[in-house]
Design a protein around this ligand. Structure first.
Ligand code: 5GP
Length: 174
């Protein structure tokens, strides 16, 4: 097991409990309907595993990988799709499962990119939200936890591709 990195913000138990609550909310919002969960690679996979187990509806899953280039503090940041969704999303209820919304650049792009497939609906479920950093008008519909402007790792989130396997969300002290 990897060593403790920085300070623990959310434990595995807290995250699983929050996933359970959001899963119940999603089940109420989509009663009797099938949902397509689209996980964002790579950071979203651990949260995706929790959320999909917490949703009792019929669900199908797929993944998308997008990277944002250019200045992270600029709204002109260019986003590129590195791995596309393979599923046909026409008339489907899509929920994008994301690790963290920071400036919102990546998610805004992914949401409009998937909306071009003419799904029935597109919503966003994120483990973490940093609203103070937002530069794009994108808002998650289901939020695990709001956090301050901290650099967090673990539970899928990396620093230089490391620490994704930490079973908690921690932050690195600057
Ligand atoms: P955005 O396009 O919203 O600015 O950036 C979203 C992406 O930036 C996330 O999917 C994640 O990969 C990365 N990111 C933003 N904040 C953090 C953070 O605090 N820790 C880590 N590990 N990645 C972050």
């Amino acid at each position: 097991m990897a060593e403790i990195i920085g300070k623990v913000l959310f434990t595995e138990e807290q995250i699983r409990q929050r996933a359970k609550e959001l899963g119940e909310q999603i089940a109420r919002d989509y009663e009797g309907e099938e949902i397509y969960l689209i996980g964002t690679l790579k950071g979203g996979i651990v949260w995706m595993a929790d959320i999909m187990k917490a949703i009792p509806n019929d669900t199908k899953i797929d993944f998308i990988c997008a990277s944002s280039y250019g200045s992270g503090t600029s709204t002109t940041g260019v986003v590129k799709i590195k791995k596309d969704v393979e599923a046909d999303l026409f008339n489907k209820n899509v929920i994008i499962i994301e690790d963290i919304v920071d400036t919102g650049t990546t998610l805004k792009f992914i949401k409009s990119y998937l909306a071009e497939r003419n799904p029935k609906s597109v919503k966003i479920c994120t483990l973490l939200d940093k609203p103070s950093r937002r530069l794009c008008d994108v808002q998650a519909d289901y939020i695990g936890f709001e956090i301050d402007n901290l650099f967090v790792v673990g539970y899928g989130l990396d620093y230089d591709q490391k620490y994704r396997n930490l079973p908690y969300v921690g932050y690195i002290e600057g």
